[in-house]
Design a protein. Structure first.
Length: 100
């Protein structure tokens, strides 16, 4: 799963949370709680992951595939939307955060 492959990069980015002044969390949009618990344990993930078992986020945010990354500003406005896996997702997100 491409989104799980990004977890180590996202974990590194999460460690820069205070420096970059952002909050970070994931949303599991397929409602697979047991699977996500296993992944979090295996990858030693420390960032919070919300469970969207009713697919509310998938519908409202129009997520057509995973991973989809949203970057919001302090007002809650979506400033960037990244669709698909990226080898350097942590760098891409850090650059966007530094611009907003």
């Amino acid at each position: 799963m491409p989104c799980i492959a990004e977890f180590p990069q996202l974990e590194r980015l999460m460690q820069r949370e205070k420096e970059l002044e952002f909050e970070f969390f994931g949303i599991e949009v397929k409602g697979l709680l047991a699977k996500m618990r296993d992944v979090v344990s295996e990858k030693k993930t420390t960032f919070p992951i919300l469970l969207d078992d009713r697919q509310f986020a998938r519908e409202v945010l129009q997520i057509s595939g995973t991973p989809t990354t949203f970057i919001l500003d302090g007002e809650g406005r979506i400033r960037a939307r990244l669709v698909g896996a990226a080898d350097d997702i942590d760098t891409i997100i850090a650059e966007v955060l530094e611009r907003i």
